[in-house]
Design a protein around this ligand. Structure first.
Ligand code: URA
Length: 437
């Protein structure tokens, strides 16, 4: 006879029939799945029932807590500067987009103002790049740190970008891998609980969510993005984390690069006081929110990018993790150009097409264990709002393996919409700000 408190089939039937799960049922489900008592096919069926029928606020909150409790919480309450002053922590999470290198200039920029940034990041899967893949293009840079190393670096430098350890919400690791192969990623309760279980377990005091909306994002329309943002902000707030979200446009890639080493170079341009206007705008908007969440207002964030203070922090952060700031970054062995097909103004440039093209060129991976090419990706020469002539270069494709050009070119040739000159694309980057309700 089973000694388990519940039966997985009853729980699946409850959700299938639009019922509500009790706190005890949810606690048991996450724990039993982590222990291997609930089989993968049973959890897949439950995920699909949740995707189709949803969960209410109390269910999502309990599901998130159960995932946090499957592992260990991190604790930064003892963090001090070398002079012994207590440090506040603040963090950012993006739901993922194309050319989204914002974490790279953002973490050192926020650290300039004395607030610690413990940024646990991931590797990329599919068309969105991973922050760790980008940083691993820097010779010598190391993603895996112990908790002691993290604390030491936060105290001395103020910012860390590193891999999440295996003990952070292990139930989510197992569940996310299953959702990935069962068509159940795009569920607002499951995305919200997955992201927030890791962020709450990480123990940050303040959190800013960059919820992407548009062709290159999980959420293709504003109503869904708004609901995801509201759900995550409420989860964070209920858990005592000072949380806000910005809804930001992901119809077009951020900046002019999608790849690994080329995104690092673009981030360094921003830290040197230059770089693309959209990357600078979003970096400043998110830094301002992260600092406000930690109680710091009335500071000139833009000045810290212009005057080299953020660059100094970046160099210290990279060096502390073994990275060689002076070493040249890897360059792809081969390149090829995609040309504009008409005269006129670019009114849209599909982020998904550019992201998938970069992925096909070798910048991303199809399976978790695949390597990525550090030099591969897409460099854009024009963005929405720019006027182009037929035959002008639109994008440069970069790869070590030129047999990949053809399938990337298929996408990039159709990525841009070119309208008669005079048409004006709608280009608002920050669409809305969501606070707890
Ligand atoms: N990122 C996560 O960590 N989880 C999701 O479910 C989706 C994106």
């Amino acid at each position: 006879m089973s000694t388990e408190n519940f039966d997985a089939v009853d729980i699946i039937r409850t959700k299938r029939d639009r019922g509500t799960l009790t706190a005890a049922q949810i606690d048991w489900t996450i724990d039993a799945y982590t222990r291997g008592v609930i089989a993968e096919e049973q959890m897949a069926a439950l995920n699909m029932a949740i995707l189709l029928n949803g969960m209410d606020r109390a269910e999502i909150s309990r599901w998130t807590t159960a995932m946090i409790d499957s592992g260990q919480r991190m604790d930064f309450s003892t963090l001090r500067t070398p002079a012994g002053i207590a440090m506040r922590t603040t963090d950012k999470h993006s739901t993922g987009g194309v050319g989204d290198k914002i974490t790279l200039p953002l973490a050192p920029l926020v650290a300039v103002f004395g607030v610690a940034v413990p940024q646990l990041s991931g590797r990329g899967l599919g068309h969105t790049g991973g922050t760790l893949d980008k940083l691993e293009a820097i010779p010598g840079w190391r993603a895996e740190l112990t908790h002691t190393e993290m604390m030491k670096q936060l105290s001395s430098v103020g910012a860390v970008i590193c891999a999440a350890g295996a003990s952070l919400a292990p139930a989510d690791k197992k569940l996310y891998a299953l959702r990935d192969v069962t068509g159940t990623v795009e569920s607002i309760p499951l995305i919200a609980s997955s992201i927030m279980s890791k962020k709450i377990a990480e123990g940050t005091g303040a959190l800013v969510l960059d919820v992407k909306v548009g062709s290159g994002a999980f959420m293709k329309n504003l109503a869904d993005a708004r609901e995801l943002a509201r759900t995550m902000v409420n989860l964070g707030t209920d858990a005592g984390v000072n949380t806000v979200a910005l809804l930001t446009n992901m119809d077009t890639p951020l900046g002019f690069t999608a790849g690994n080493a080329i995104e690092v170079t673009e981030s360094i341009d921003v830290l040197a006081g230059g770089g693309p206007a959209d990357v600078v705008e979003l970096t400043i908007a998110l830094a301002t929110e992260m600092l406000a969440g930690a109680g710091i207002t009335d500071v000139d964030v833009a000045a810290a990018l212009k005057d080299g203070r953020a660059m100094d922090k970046w160099r210290a952060m990279i060096a502390a993790q073994g990275g060689d700031n002076g070493a040249p970054l890897p360059v792809a062995r081969e390149s090829d150009i995609v040309y504009a097909q008409a005269d006129g103004v670019i009114t849209s440039l599909d982020a998904m097409d550019v992201g998938v093209a970069a992925w096909r060129l070798g910048a991303g991976r199809a399976r978790r264990q695949d390597p990525v090419q550090a030099g591969a990706g897409v460099r854009l020469h024009a963005k929405p709002g720019d006027v182009v002539r037929r035959g002008a270069p639109l994008a440069t494709m970069l790869t070590d393996t030129p047999e990949r050009f053809e399938r990337a070119r298929e996408l990039l040739e159709g990525a841009a919409t070119i309208a008669p000159a005079g048409s004006r694309p709608d280009m608002a980057l920050v669409i809305d700000r969501i606070t707890a309700s």
